[in-house]
Design a protein around this ligand. Structure first.
Ligand SMILES: [Zn+2]
Ligand SMILES: [Zn+2]
Ligand SMILES: [Zn+2]
Length: 430
C-alpha cells in the first residue's frame, strides 16, 4: 500500500476556493487610491456592520498611509514588539476593532471567524498567498467577500491598467486581468483542478460568473500568446479591444451627461421649480412662496432631506450638492489637481439641485419612484420589511442613497446629481 494517488489527494482536499466567499476584482482610479479605498471600505462596513474588514497592502508604507486614511489598526513586521503584535492580532480575533490594514506579515495564527471582507490593494504576486489571505474571510461560513482592487490610469489617450509587476505569477495575472471564472483560476493554480466550469451550485458566484462590474481590459496584460493557437489569440485580442472600446464610449457618454447636469441647473435655476416641473410658466414667484398643488409637500421633502443629508466626502459641494467641478465656490488647485472651497464665494445654483429633484419627483411619482428603486437595487438595496417589499425603499434609505458617492464621466458626484440626469434624459422635458 502506497500513498493515495494524486487524484485522490485532490478529491480529499476538495477545492481551494470557499463556497461562501464572493470573489471580485474592482477597477479603480489609481490616482485616487486613498479615496477609492476609503469609499470601498465604507461600503463594506455598511454591508457588514458586525464583521471585520482586512485591507492587505503591498508595502509597509501603504499599510501605514491607508490606516491613517481609514483611521484603523495597522499591522506590519515593524509594528512593535512581539507582545504588541499579539495585542493587535487579539483586537482582530476578538472583534474589538473592525478594520485593519496589513502587509502579508499578518498571517498565521489569525483565526477570526467573522472577517467579512478581505481587500487587496496594490500588486499581488503569488496565487498561494492570495488564496491564503482571501481565505481568512468567512471562516464561520457566512457570506463574505474577497476583493482585489486593480488600478487604472485615466489619461487623454484612454484608460490603461497599471502594469503587473515583473515577478507576478502568471496565474495571478490571469486571476486579476483575465475574464474567466475566478474560482477556476484559483482551483487550477492551487489544486491542479481542471474540471471546474465556473462557480457552481451552492457557491457565491464570483464577479465574472455573475457578470457584475465593468471590466476595463486593455491589451497590455494579454498573457503568453504561445499557449493558444494564433486564431484564438487573435480572437482574444479583438474581444479585449471591443471591451476597451465599450469602456471608452461609456466614459465619453458619461462626460456628456455631466455636461447635461450643468445645462439642467442653468435651465432650472430661475423661477419656481415646482411650476416648471408641471410645465407651467411662473409669474416670477419661487418655490418658497408657491401656492400651487403639492408645493407644500415639495417644500417639506426638501426640508426633511436637507436637515438630514450627509453628502459623502469628496462627492460634491456640501452646500449645493453639485460636483466641485460645477460649483463656483470651489476653485481648481492646479498644483494638486484637486478642488478647494473658496471662502466668500456663493454656490451659483444655490439649492436648485435638491429643489428640482423633489419637484420632478412629485410631478412624476411613479416614474421617478420606479427609477429610484431600480437604481438602488442595482447598488445592492433589498427590501427588508413587508412594507419595503410593497412600497419600495423608504425616504430614509433614499436620502442616504442620494448622498452616496459615484464616479461619473471622470469626476466624483453624489448619486442625486447622477440620478436627476437619468430622469431628465438627454433632452429637456421642461
Ligand atoms: Zn466564477
Ligand atoms: Zn410655483
Ligand atoms: Zn456649491
Amino acid at each position: 500500500m502506497g500513498l493515495p494517488g494524486k487524484e485522490q489527494c485532490q478529491w480529499f482536499r476538495g477545492s481551494t476556493t470557499r463556497p461562501n466567499i464572493r470573489y471580485q476584482v474592482h477597477d479603480y482610479d489609481a490616482e485616487k487610491e486613498e479615496e477609492e479605498v476609503e469609499a470601498l471600505v465604507g461600503e463594506l462596513k455598511r454591508r457588514h456592520p458586525h464583521g471585520q474588514v482586512i485591507v492587505y497592502c503591498s508595502s509597509v508604507a501603504k499599510t501605514v498611509r491607508l490606516a491613517e486614511v481609514l483611521q484603523c489598526v495597522c499591522y506590519h513586521r515593524n509594528v512593535g514588539s512581539q507582545e504588541e503584535k499579539e495585542r493587535l492580532v487579539g483586537q482582530l480575533t476578538s472583534g474589538s476593532q473592525q478594520v485593519f490594514t496589513a502587509t502579508n506579515a499578518l498571517g498565521l495564527g489569525v483565526d477570526a471567524p467573522t472577517i467579512r471582507a478581505v481587500v487587496h490593494v496594490g500588486a499581488v504576486r503569488k496565487v498561494r498567498h492570495y488564496a491564503q489571505e482571501s481565505g481568512r474571510a468567512g471562516r464561520d461560513g457566512q457570506a463574505s467577500e474577497a476583493i482585489i482592487m486593480r488600478g487604472f490610469r485615466v489619461s487623454r489617450r484612454g484608460i490603461t491598467a497599471v502594469p503587473f509587476p515583473k515577478d507576478a505569477e502568471e496565474e495571478m495575472v490571469e486571476l486579476i486581468g483575465g475574464d474567466g471564472c475566478i474560482r477556476e483560476v484559483l482551483d487550477q493554480a492551487m489544486d491542479g483542478r481542471e474540471d471546474r466550469r465556473g462557480c457552481g451550485q451552492g457557491e457565491e458566484r464570483c464577479q465574472r460568473c455573475d457578470g457584475l462590474g465593468e471590466r476595463a481590459d486593455t491589451d497590455d496584460e494579454v498573457t503568453d500568446g504561445d499557449e493558444c493557437d494564433e486564431h484564438e489569440f487573435e480572437q482574444q485580442m479583438s474581444a479585449r479591444r471591443a471591451q476597451a472600446d465599450r469602456v471608452h464610449r461609456q466614459e465619453a457618454q458619461d462626460a456628456m451627461e455631466v455636461g447635461r447636469l450643468e445645462e439642467l441647473m442653468e435651465e432650472w435655476k430661475d423661477g419656481c421649480q415646482r411650476c416648471r416641473a408641471w410645465g407651467v410658466r411662473g409669474d416670477g414667484h419661487d418655490i418658497g412662496s408657491c401656492q400651487k398643488e403639492m408645493a407644500e409637500e415639495i417644500r417639506q421633502g426638501i426640508e426633511d432631506f436637507t436637515s438630514r443629508k450627509q453628502w459623502a466626502r469628496f462627492s460634491c459641494c456640501f452646500e449645493c450638492g453639485l460636483p466641485q467641478s460645477v460649483c463656483e465656490s470651489f476653485a481648481l488647485d492646479t498644483a494638486s489637481g484637486g478642488y478647494h472651497k473658496q471662502s466668500g464665494v456663493d454656490c451659483q445654483y444655490g439649492g436648485v439641485l435638491v429643489e428640482m429633484v423633489f419637484s420632478v419627483w412629485s410631478r412624476h411619482v411613479d416614474l421617478v419612484g420606479d427609477m429610484l428603486q431600480a437604481a438602488m437595487e442595482q447598488d445592492g438595496w433589498m427590501a427588508q420589511t413587508e412594507r419595503e417589499r410593497e412600497d419600495g425603499p423608504g425616504m430614509g434609505a433614499i436620502g442616504r442613497w442620494f448622498c452616496e458617492k459615484k464616479r461619473w464621466g471622470g469626476i466624483e458626484v453624489n448619486k442625486m446629481s447622477w440620478f436627476i440626469v437619468q430622469v431628465m434624459g438627454g433632452e429637456s422635458r421642461a
